[in-house]
Write a protein that binds this ligand. Sequence first.
Ligand SMILES: NC(=O)c1ccc[n+]([C@@H]2O[C@H](COP(=O)([O-])OP(=O)(O)OC[C@H]3O[C@@H](n4cnc5c(N)ncnc54)[C@H](OP(=O)(O)O)[C@@H]3O)[C@@H](O)[C@H]2O)c1
Length: 292
Amino acid sequence: MKNSASSLNGKNKFLVLGCGFSGSFFAKKIRQLGYTALTSSRSEKKDPNSFVFNSEEDLLPNKEIFDGVTHILSCIPPDKNGNDPVLKSLKDKLKSLSLEWVGYLSTTGVYGHSKGDWVSEIDEPKPFQQRSHKRLNCEKEWIRSGLPVQIFRLPGIYGPGRSTFEAIKNKKIRVISKKNQVFSRIHVADITNAIIYLLQNKNSLKFYQIINIADDLPCSQIEVIQYCYDFLGLTMPKPILFEDAKEELSPIAKSFWMENRRVSNKLLCETLGYKLIYKNYKIGLKNCYLNS
Ligand SMILES: NC(=O)c1ccc[n+]([C@@H]2O[C@H](COP(=O)([O-])OP(=O)(O)OC[C@H]3O[C@@H](n4cnc5c(N)ncnc54)[C@H](OP(=O)(O)O)[C@@H]3O)[C@@H](O)[C@H]2O)c1
Protein backbone atom coordinates (compact mmCIF):
# COMPACT_ATOMS: atom_id res chain seq x y z
CA MET A 1 0.00 0.00 0.00
CA LYS A 2 1.17 3.49 -0.77
CA ASN A 3 1.11 5.24 2.55
CA SER A 4 1.60 8.82 1.60
CA ALA A 5 -0.73 11.39 0.15
CA SER A 6 0.48 12.92 -3.10
CA SER A 7 1.16 16.57 -3.68
CA LEU A 8 -1.01 18.15 -6.34
CA ASN A 9 -0.22 19.07 -9.92
CA GLY A 10 -2.18 20.28 -12.94
CA LYS A 11 -2.70 16.75 -14.28
CA ASN A 12 -4.65 15.63 -11.25
CA LYS A 13 -8.19 14.46 -11.79
CA PHE A 14 -10.49 14.11 -8.80
CA LEU A 15 -13.61 12.01 -8.49
CA VAL A 16 -15.81 13.20 -5.67
CA LEU A 17 -18.14 10.34 -4.82
CA GLY A 18 -21.26 11.72 -3.18
CA CYS A 19 -21.78 15.33 -4.19
CA GLY A 20 -23.80 16.36 -1.15
CA PHE A 21 -22.99 19.20 1.23
CA SER A 22 -19.28 18.49 1.82
CA GLY A 23 -18.60 16.88 -1.56
CA SER A 24 -19.96 19.81 -3.56
CA PHE A 25 -17.98 22.31 -1.48
CA PHE A 26 -14.80 20.30 -2.03
CA ALA A 27 -15.35 19.91 -5.78
CA LYS A 28 -15.98 23.63 -6.20
CA LYS A 29 -12.75 24.54 -4.44
CA ILE A 30 -10.74 21.94 -6.33
CA ARG A 31 -11.97 23.39 -9.62
CA GLN A 32 -11.14 26.92 -8.46
CA LEU A 33 -7.58 25.69 -7.95
CA GLY A 34 -7.49 24.55 -11.56
CA TYR A 35 -7.86 20.79 -11.14
CA THR A 36 -10.48 18.60 -12.75
CA ALA A 37 -13.23 17.31 -10.47
CA LEU A 38 -16.12 15.09 -11.49
CA THR A 39 -18.87 14.46 -8.96
CA SER A 40 -21.39 11.68 -8.43
CA SER A 41 -25.06 11.85 -7.55
CA ARG A 42 -27.68 9.15 -7.29
CA SER A 43 -29.77 10.70 -10.03
CA GLU A 44 -28.99 12.44 -13.30
CA LYS A 45 -28.00 16.12 -13.04
CA LYS A 46 -27.73 18.80 -15.75
CA ASP A 47 -24.17 19.60 -14.65
CA PRO A 48 -21.74 18.18 -17.28
CA ASN A 49 -19.23 17.41 -14.49
CA SER A 50 -21.73 15.18 -12.74
CA PHE A 51 -22.23 11.46 -13.28
CA VAL A 52 -24.60 8.90 -11.80
CA PHE A 53 -23.55 6.46 -9.11
CA ASN A 54 -26.15 4.70 -6.99
CA SER A 55 -25.00 1.55 -5.23
CA GLU A 56 -28.53 0.68 -4.09
CA GLU A 57 -29.79 0.51 -7.67
CA ASP A 58 -26.57 -0.80 -9.12
CA LEU A 59 -26.17 2.29 -11.28
CA LEU A 60 -22.42 2.41 -11.87
CA PRO A 61 -20.37 5.14 -13.55
CA ASN A 62 -19.37 4.62 -17.21
CA LYS A 63 -15.81 3.42 -17.48
CA GLU A 64 -14.64 6.64 -19.22
CA ILE A 65 -15.34 8.49 -15.97
CA PHE A 66 -12.32 6.77 -14.44
CA ASP A 67 -9.88 7.67 -17.22
CA GLY A 68 -6.89 9.50 -15.76
CA VAL A 69 -8.29 9.66 -12.23
CA THR A 70 -5.56 10.27 -9.64
CA HIS A 71 -7.54 11.26 -6.53
CA ILE A 72 -10.84 10.13 -5.05
CA LEU A 73 -12.81 11.61 -2.17
CA SER A 74 -15.69 9.51 -0.87
CA CYS A 75 -18.38 11.43 1.01
CA ILE A 76 -20.92 8.59 0.98
CA PRO A 77 -22.16 7.11 4.27
CA PRO A 78 -22.63 3.36 4.87
CA ASP A 79 -25.74 1.87 3.23
CA LYS A 80 -28.63 0.47 5.27
CA ASN A 81 -26.89 -2.89 5.56
CA GLY A 82 -23.74 -1.24 6.87
CA ASN A 83 -21.72 -1.74 3.69
CA ASP A 84 -19.63 0.99 2.19
CA PRO A 85 -21.38 1.84 -1.10
CA VAL A 86 -18.13 2.66 -2.89
CA LEU A 87 -16.24 -0.44 -1.82
CA LYS A 88 -19.26 -2.66 -2.38
CA SER A 89 -19.71 -1.53 -5.98
CA LEU A 90 -16.38 -0.12 -7.13
CA LYS A 91 -13.53 -1.66 -5.13
CA ASP A 92 -12.10 -3.72 -7.96
CA LYS A 93 -12.40 -0.79 -10.35
CA LEU A 94 -10.60 1.53 -7.94
CA LYS A 95 -7.87 -1.03 -7.37
CA SER A 96 -7.25 -1.25 -11.09
CA LEU A 97 -6.48 2.50 -11.29
CA SER A 98 -3.18 4.24 -10.57
CA LEU A 99 -4.58 6.21 -7.69
CA GLU A 100 -2.29 8.52 -5.77
CA TRP A 101 -4.72 9.23 -2.95
CA VAL A 102 -8.15 8.30 -1.66
CA GLY A 103 -9.92 10.33 1.02
CA TYR A 104 -12.81 8.96 3.05
CA LEU A 105 -15.12 11.18 5.12
CA SER A 106 -16.04 9.33 8.31
CA THR A 107 -17.50 10.47 11.61
CA THR A 108 -16.28 11.06 15.14
CA GLY A 109 -19.25 8.90 16.19
CA VAL A 110 -16.79 5.98 16.08
CA TYR A 111 -15.27 7.27 19.35
CA GLY A 112 -18.56 6.70 21.18
CA HIS A 113 -19.34 8.26 24.56
CA SER A 114 -16.34 9.69 26.45
CA LYS A 115 -18.40 11.42 29.17
CA GLY A 116 -17.27 14.79 27.88
CA ASP A 117 -13.56 13.95 27.74
CA TRP A 118 -11.36 14.74 24.77
CA VAL A 119 -10.98 12.02 22.14
CA SER A 120 -8.14 11.80 19.67
CA GLU A 121 -6.94 9.54 16.90
CA ILE A 122 -4.85 7.43 19.27
CA ASP A 123 -7.91 6.49 21.35
CA GLU A 124 -9.41 3.10 20.69
CA PRO A 125 -12.77 3.67 18.94
CA LYS A 126 -15.66 2.56 21.16
CA PRO A 127 -18.75 2.96 18.99
CA PHE A 128 -21.95 3.19 20.99
CA GLN A 129 -24.62 3.54 18.31
CA GLN A 130 -25.33 0.82 15.77
CA ARG A 131 -24.60 3.26 12.94
CA SER A 132 -21.19 4.02 14.44
CA HIS A 133 -20.33 0.31 14.53
CA LYS A 134 -21.19 0.21 10.83
CA ARG A 135 -19.06 3.27 10.20
CA LEU A 136 -16.07 1.79 11.99
CA ASN A 137 -16.44 -1.37 9.92
CA CYS A 138 -16.41 0.76 6.77
CA GLU A 139 -13.25 2.54 7.93
CA LYS A 140 -11.61 -0.84 8.52
CA GLU A 141 -12.70 -2.04 5.11
CA TRP A 142 -11.17 1.03 3.47
CA ILE A 143 -7.90 0.36 5.29
CA ARG A 144 -7.99 -3.33 4.33
CA SER A 145 -8.65 -2.41 0.68
CA GLY A 146 -4.97 -1.59 0.24
CA LEU A 147 -5.90 1.66 -1.51
CA PRO A 148 -3.84 4.72 -0.49
CA VAL A 149 -6.60 5.90 1.83
CA GLN A 150 -6.71 8.70 4.35
CA ILE A 151 -9.69 8.79 6.71
CA PHE A 152 -11.12 12.06 8.03
CA ARG A 153 -13.27 11.80 11.15
CA LEU A 154 -15.78 14.63 11.28
CA PRO A 155 -18.10 15.97 13.99
CA GLY A 156 -21.30 17.92 13.13
CA ILE A 157 -20.83 19.66 9.79
CA TYR A 158 -22.26 23.13 9.29
CA GLY A 159 -21.83 25.87 6.72
CA PRO A 160 -23.76 28.31 4.53
CA GLY A 161 -27.20 26.82 3.89
CA ARG A 162 -26.88 24.28 6.70
CA SER A 163 -26.62 25.95 10.07
CA THR A 164 -28.60 26.95 13.15
CA PHE A 165 -29.79 30.03 11.22
CA GLU A 166 -31.72 27.78 8.81
CA ALA A 167 -33.12 25.79 11.74
CA ILE A 168 -34.40 29.02 13.32
CA LYS A 169 -35.77 30.31 10.02
CA ASN A 170 -37.54 27.02 9.27
CA LYS A 171 -38.85 26.81 12.83
CA LYS A 172 -37.05 23.50 13.31
CA ILE A 173 -35.19 24.59 16.38
CA ARG A 174 -35.50 22.78 19.71
CA VAL A 175 -33.76 24.47 22.58
CA ILE A 176 -32.77 21.56 24.75
CA SER A 177 -30.58 21.71 27.79
CA LYS A 178 -28.59 18.80 29.23
CA LYS A 179 -26.08 19.45 31.97
CA ASN A 180 -22.42 19.28 30.90
CA GLN A 181 -23.36 18.11 27.38
CA VAL A 182 -21.13 19.38 24.58
CA PHE A 183 -20.91 18.81 20.85
CA SER A 184 -18.00 19.31 18.49
CA ARG A 185 -18.47 20.79 15.06
CA ILE A 186 -16.66 21.79 11.88
CA HIS A 187 -17.34 24.35 9.17
CA VAL A 188 -17.54 22.73 5.72
CA ALA A 189 -14.85 25.10 4.38
CA ASP A 190 -12.37 23.74 6.91
CA ILE A 191 -13.00 20.16 5.79
CA THR A 192 -12.11 21.14 2.24
CA ASN A 193 -9.20 23.38 3.12
CA ALA A 194 -7.66 20.94 5.59
CA ILE A 195 -7.73 18.15 3.03
CA ILE A 196 -6.23 20.37 0.34
CA TYR A 197 -3.58 21.59 2.81
CA LEU A 198 -2.57 17.99 3.52
CA LEU A 199 -2.42 17.15 -0.17
CA GLN A 200 -0.45 20.24 -1.10
CA ASN A 201 2.09 19.73 1.69
CA LYS A 202 2.46 16.00 1.33
CA ASN A 203 6.18 16.12 0.76
CA SER A 204 6.94 17.91 3.99
CA LEU A 205 4.35 16.29 6.27
CA LYS A 206 4.31 12.88 7.88
CA PHE A 207 1.42 10.74 6.62
CA TYR A 208 -1.33 9.88 9.12
CA GLN A 209 -4.04 7.53 7.97
CA ILE A 210 -6.70 8.79 10.38
CA ILE A 211 -7.19 12.48 11.12
CA ASN A 212 -9.91 14.36 13.02
CA ILE A 213 -11.09 17.61 11.47
CA ALA A 214 -12.86 19.59 14.19
CA ASP A 215 -12.82 23.18 15.38
CA ASP A 216 -11.24 24.46 18.59
CA LEU A 217 -14.37 24.91 20.63
CA PRO A 218 -16.66 22.03 21.54
CA CYS A 219 -19.59 23.53 23.44
CA SER A 220 -23.25 23.10 24.29
CA GLN A 221 -25.96 23.42 21.65
CA ILE A 222 -27.64 26.10 23.73
CA GLU A 223 -24.56 28.31 23.50
CA VAL A 224 -24.72 28.10 19.71
CA ILE A 225 -28.47 28.65 19.52
CA GLN A 226 -28.30 31.59 21.95
CA TYR A 227 -25.56 33.14 19.81
CA CYS A 228 -27.73 32.91 16.68
CA TYR A 229 -30.80 34.39 18.38
CA ASP A 230 -28.68 37.25 19.75
CA PHE A 231 -27.12 37.77 16.32
CA LEU A 232 -30.60 38.04 14.77
CA GLY A 233 -31.82 40.30 17.57
CA LEU A 234 -34.48 37.74 18.55
CA THR A 235 -35.39 36.18 21.87
CA MET A 236 -34.46 32.54 22.30
CA PRO A 237 -37.34 30.27 23.39
CA LYS A 238 -37.10 28.93 26.92
CA PRO A 239 -34.91 25.81 27.02
CA ILE A 240 -36.55 22.43 27.69
CA LEU A 241 -34.70 19.93 29.86
CA PHE A 242 -33.49 16.92 27.89
CA GLU A 243 -35.32 14.62 30.33
CA ASP A 244 -38.60 16.34 29.44
CA ALA A 245 -37.92 16.56 25.70
CA LYS A 246 -36.50 13.13 25.00
CA GLU A 247 -39.76 11.25 24.43
CA GLU A 248 -40.67 13.65 21.64
CA LEU A 249 -37.33 13.43 19.86
CA SER A 250 -36.84 11.18 16.86
CA PRO A 251 -34.61 8.15 17.59
CA ILE A 252 -31.79 9.72 15.57
CA ALA A 253 -32.09 13.10 17.32
CA LYS A 254 -32.19 11.38 20.70
CA SER A 255 -29.15 9.27 19.87
CA PHE A 256 -26.99 12.38 19.44
CA TRP A 257 -27.73 13.36 23.03
CA MET A 258 -26.62 9.97 24.35
CA GLU A 259 -22.98 10.67 23.54
CA ASN A 260 -20.84 13.42 24.99
CA ARG A 261 -17.29 14.04 23.77
CA ARG A 262 -14.81 16.72 22.86
CA VAL A 263 -13.00 16.01 19.60
CA SER A 264 -9.34 16.94 19.60
CA ASN A 265 -7.82 18.60 16.53
CA LYS A 266 -4.26 18.59 17.86
CA LEU A 267 -2.96 16.17 15.25
CA LEU A 268 -4.28 18.31 12.40
CA CYS A 269 -3.70 21.77 13.85
CA GLU A 270 -0.58 21.34 16.02
CA THR A 271 1.35 18.36 14.66
CA LEU A 272 0.48 18.95 11.01
CA GLY A 273 0.17 22.73 11.22
CA TYR A 274 -3.22 23.32 9.61
CA LYS A 275 -4.69 26.73 10.48
CA LEU A 276 -8.45 26.64 10.86
CA ILE A 277 -10.39 29.29 8.94
CA TYR A 278 -13.27 29.05 11.45
CA LYS A 279 -11.80 28.24 14.86
CA ASN A 280 -15.15 28.37 16.60
CA TYR A 281 -18.87 28.53 15.89
CA LYS A 282 -19.02 32.30 16.31
CA ILE A 283 -16.83 33.15 13.35
CA GLY A 284 -18.17 30.18 11.41
CA LEU A 285 -21.77 31.25 11.88
CA LYS A 286 -21.03 34.82 10.86
CA ASN A 287 -19.76 33.40 7.59
CA CYS A 288 -22.95 31.31 7.26
CA TYR A 289 -25.13 34.35 7.86
CA LEU A 290 -23.28 36.40 5.25
CA ASN A 291 -23.31 33.62 2.64
CA SER A 292 -26.77 32.05 2.98
N1 LIG B 1 -23.75 15.89 8.24
C1 LIG B 1 -22.97 15.81 9.29
O1 LIG B 1 -23.07 16.60 10.25
C2 LIG B 1 -21.89 14.75 9.34
C3 LIG B 1 -21.08 14.67 10.46
C4 LIG B 1 -20.03 13.75 10.47
C5 LIG B 1 -19.82 12.92 9.37
N2 LIG B 1 -20.67 12.99 8.29
C6 LIG B 1 -20.40 12.08 7.16
O2 LIG B 1 -19.56 12.78 6.27
C7 LIG B 1 -19.91 12.43 4.91
C8 LIG B 1 -20.32 13.69 4.16
O3 LIG B 1 -21.39 14.30 4.88
P1 LIG B 1 -22.41 15.31 4.17
O4 LIG B 1 -23.32 15.78 5.24
O5 LIG B 1 -21.65 16.26 3.33
O6 LIG B 1 -23.20 14.26 3.22
P2 LIG B 1 -24.53 14.48 2.37
O7 LIG B 1 -24.77 15.91 2.08
O8 LIG B 1 -25.62 13.72 3.07
O9 LIG B 1 -24.15 13.73 1.03
C9 LIG B 1 -24.05 12.34 0.95
C10 LIG B 1 -23.82 11.96 -0.50
O10 LIG B 1 -23.80 10.53 -0.60
C11 LIG B 1 -24.56 10.15 -1.74
N3 LIG B 1 -25.07 8.79 -1.49
C12 LIG B 1 -25.75 8.36 -0.41
N4 LIG B 1 -26.01 7.03 -0.52
C13 LIG B 1 -25.49 6.63 -1.71
C14 LIG B 1 -25.42 5.39 -2.38
N5 LIG B 1 -25.97 4.28 -1.85
N6 LIG B 1 -24.81 5.33 -3.58
C15 LIG B 1 -24.26 6.43 -4.13
N7 LIG B 1 -24.28 7.64 -3.53
C16 LIG B 1 -24.88 7.75 -2.33
C17 LIG B 1 -25.66 11.20 -1.84
O11 LIG B 1 -26.17 11.21 -3.16
P3 LIG B 1 -27.27 12.32 -3.65
O12 LIG B 1 -26.47 13.57 -3.88
O13 LIG B 1 -27.83 11.79 -4.89
O14 LIG B 1 -28.24 12.45 -2.51
C18 LIG B 1 -24.89 12.47 -1.47
O15 LIG B 1 -24.27 13.01 -2.59
C19 LIG B 1 -21.01 11.38 5.02
O16 LIG B 1 -20.46 10.10 5.04
C20 LIG B 1 -21.63 11.70 6.36
O17 LIG B 1 -22.30 10.59 6.93
C21 LIG B 1 -21.68 13.89 8.24
